[in-house]
Design a protein around this ligand. Structure first.
Ligand code: SF4
Length: 716
């Protein structure tokens, strides 16, 4: 290239023209950061730049996932037309043909196998409007009791613990703004630095202000760097550790007797149980020393203010709901609730992890967090929907149990919306084989995911840039994400797809919506007077106010920044403490001579869930191109595993092959594998199907495994 040409191109490079600005919201985690995507033209090509936008939750911060989210939305692999499987190949069909096919298959299945032979499987990444509509679709259009969603595998333990203790499940009892002023923080099983990076400044500020931070985690992570005290427990022993903390608090007189007397039940029983527990026993179970347990408990008990945060490390266990309840016992016992800078936060993983669990996608739930088993609740919602309460189906089963019912042949048709159960469910080989037995599987997705590959029909849906609707973020703050560009090809929004199928099934009367806002207005009515009351929230208010924390029962209500200031949400206004025994009800998998190591799983910063979107964003995929197994070098030596070498991991369910990664900071008895990859790197192949008896959460965070080198590099 001549000097002249180079000069010309350099000059042109500088002539960056802004073509378009998309005002949007990150589609990934529960922080729901507001952002602007700026489309620019440089010479003859387009380039994109993402910048954060001021908002009350993240004040314009973004992480690498949000900055690169547009790459999946503009990916060439996006589905643009309905695709029907014919002789094993997907072929393009029209929407009319797709709807006819669905009508014929759904009708045939319900005639042959009964109404409940059709199931619906939803997602916590869809908007509130779509989650609400999907619940209504299952109960009114399909009349099936079988609906659940992928949030069951994510937030259900914290949700049920909060419902049982407080009578209400809003992930955060306070707004995030209170975190910097609290004096002691417990972060239990949460790696916020990688999973919700834009929340970190709240905790960094707290530390700057002198807060003492206790992190409970079997691994050292980017988050444990914040810790003043790191309790590096054995995986799966959080409930017992909380008993140790409680015992010290109660016996050293740091419990708040006045608060307990006035505002809680169950303390006496908990105290009695703790008297029978020995700290030596807790030390043996958890691997955390008595000295550290005492230090943590006294610090938390002594400080005037304190907060506890949990995430999947505690929750994704077969006793996850009990473990979270025991941490909530700690808050109730010390009276650190309902007042400034004190409270609980379940740090939701998925973008709409909060809102999607409030309005009817769960097996036992109706909108507004109403119960499908409560007669009055059924009548209220049936009246809003214009149906007879007796026509509402009853309670169904949880996400993984839907897979079991498919395997058993009770469910023969599945409508799957924006979820990838072949990768996200435990016992992944079993789930894949079960799904192959279906008579008809419809998958709604952006891409041909691992599960969509098994579908008979795939319907293309819109991305975060195209779809309008509300999301409820980690705080319980409802925000409006506006649509910023038209759908590509023949793509439709999730809500449009639901409406069109309902109409094809002859249920137009109940699904006459022509915009997301119309659906939201019905959701407001259906949630009115419920626990998650959205009645006072409107699109107009959200545009003006930039987000409102529920409950918001009327149009003049400002939203609720802090819960439980005067009473809890149980009918008598009191919180419920409960005895959580050290020994879980469902026995956990033990290590033995055949499977001698604990396996725990989690996330990496650059990927989201099963990676369907982030693995298709080149800038994100490049950061973590493949899965890996973190292992202590001493353990690796025992099994002759070299650093960065291929290693086979076996559990009682199956095996995977990933690359090893030495870590001095992981417990020598534990290995860690992230869960964003599929096929031979899908760690969920190794996980068992046992469920938490209360919330039906699988035990993702603890399995017994063995490891072996794929190539005998030590022999060379
Ligand atoms: Fe914000 Fe979460 Fe998106 Fe990162 S992934 S930009 S923290 S919403």
């Amino acid at each position: 290239m001549t000097e002249l040409m180079l000069k010309y191109f350099r000059k042109k490079q500088k002539e960056v023209q802004t073509e378009k600005v998309y005002n949007t919201q990150c589609p990934y985690c529960s922080m729901q950061c507001k952002m602007q995507l700026i489309e620019q033209s440089v010479v003859s090509r387009k380039q994109y730049k993402t910048v954060g936008k001021e908002n009350p939750t993240t004040q314009g911060r973004l992480c690498v996932k949000g900055m690169n989210a547009y790459q999946h939305a503009f990916n060439k692999e996006r589905l643009k037309y309905p695709m029907l499987k014919v002789n094993g190949e997907f072929v393009r069909i029209s929407w009319e043909q797709a709807l006819e096919r669905i009508k014929a298959q759904f009708t045939r299945i319900q005639e042959e196998d009964g109404l409940n032979a059709l199931a619906v499987y939803g997602s916590a990444s869809i908007t509130n409007e779509e989650a609400y509509l999907l619940g209504k679709f299952a109960r009114v259009a399909l009349k099936t009791k079988y609906i659940d969603y992928n949030g069951r595998l994510c937030m259900s333990a914290a949700a049920s613990a909060a419902s049982q203790t407080f009578g209400m499940d809003r992930g955060f009892t306070n707004s995030l703004a209170e975190i910097p002023n609290t004096r002691c923080i417990i972060l239990a099983g949460t790696n916020i630095a990688e999973c919700q990076p834009t929340i970190m400044p709240y905790f960094e500020k707290a530390k700057e202000n002198g807060a003492f931070i206790i992190v409970i985690d079997p691994r050292e992570t980017a988050t444990t760097k914040l810790a003043d005290l790191h309790l590096k427990l054995r995986p799966g022993t959080d409930a017992a550790l909380a008993n140790g903390l409680l015992k010290v608090i109660v016996e050293e007189n740091y419990s708040n007797e006045a608060f307990i007397q006035e505002r809680a039940h169950g303390f006496h029983e908990v105290k009695e149980y703790l008297a029978s527990v020995e700290l030596r026993e807790i030390e043996a179970i958890t691997g955390v020393s008595i000295n550290e347990i005492q230090k943590a408990a006294i610090k938390f008990g002594k400080e005037e203010t304190g907060m506890i945060f949990t995430a999947r490390g505690v929750e994704q266990q077969t006793d996850g709901s009990a473990a979270v309840r025991n941490l909530l016992n700690l808050l109730v016992a010390t009276g650190k609730l309902g007042k400034p800078n004190c409270g609980f936060g379940a740090i939701t993983g998925q973008g709409n992890g909060q809102g999607a669990r409030e309005h009817g996608q769960k097996a036992d739930q109706l909108p507004g967090y109403r119960s499908i088993e409560n007669k009055e609740h059924r009548k209220f919602v049936a009246d809003v929907w214009g149906i007879d309460p007796d026509d509402l189906p009853g309670k169904g089963v949880s996400a993984y149990e839907i897979m079991e019912k498919i395997d058993e042949g009770e469910i023969t048709g599945l409508f799957l919306m924006c979820s990838n159960p072949v990768v996200s469910n435990p016992n992944a080989h079993f789930v894949k084989n079960a799904l192959k037995k279906l008579k008809f599987l419809v998958a709604v997705d952006l891409f041909v995911s691992e599960t969509a590959k098994l579908a008979d029909l795939i319907l293309p849906t819109s991305s975060y840039l195209e779809d309008e609707g509300t999301m409820t973020n980690v705080e319980g703050r409802v925000t409006l994400r506006e649509a910023s560009c038209p759908c590509p090809g023949e793509v439709k929004h999730d809500w449009q797809i639901i409406v069109e199928i309902a109409r094809a099934l002859g249920k137009e009367k109940y699904f006459s919506f022509s915009s997301a806002e119309e659906i939201f207005n019905e959701l407001r009515l259906a949630s009115r007077g419920g626990i998650a009351d959205y009645y006072g929230i409107t699109y107009e208010r959200l545009r003006k106010e930039g987000g409102i924390l529920w409950p918001c029962p009327d149009l003049e209500h400002k939203g609720t920044l802090r819960l439980f200031e005067t009473s809890f949400a149980h009918p008598d206004g009191k919180a419920k403490m409960v005895v959580v025994p050290n020994k879980p009800v469902v026995p956990k998998e033990e290590v033995n001579s055949e499977f001698p190591l604990y396996l725990t799983t989690g996330r990496v910063m650059s990927h989201y869930l099963t990676g369907v979107q982030t693995r298709r964003s080149p800038a994100l995929a490049a950061r973590n191109i493949e899965s890996y197994m973190e292992i202590h070098p001493a353990t690796a030596m025992d099994y002759q595993i070299a650093d960065h070498s291929l290693v086979k991991i076996d559990s009682r369910r199956g095996s995977i092959t990933v690359r090893s990664k030495y870590s001095e900071t992981i417990r020598p008895d534990t290995v860690f594998v992230p869960f964003h990859w599929a096929d031979s790197q899908n760690v969920n192949v190794l996980i068992g199907g046992e469920l938490d008896p209360v919330c039906r959460m699988p035990g993702f965070k603890l399995s017994a495994v063995k490891v072996s080198p794929v190539n005998d590099v030590f022999a060379n």
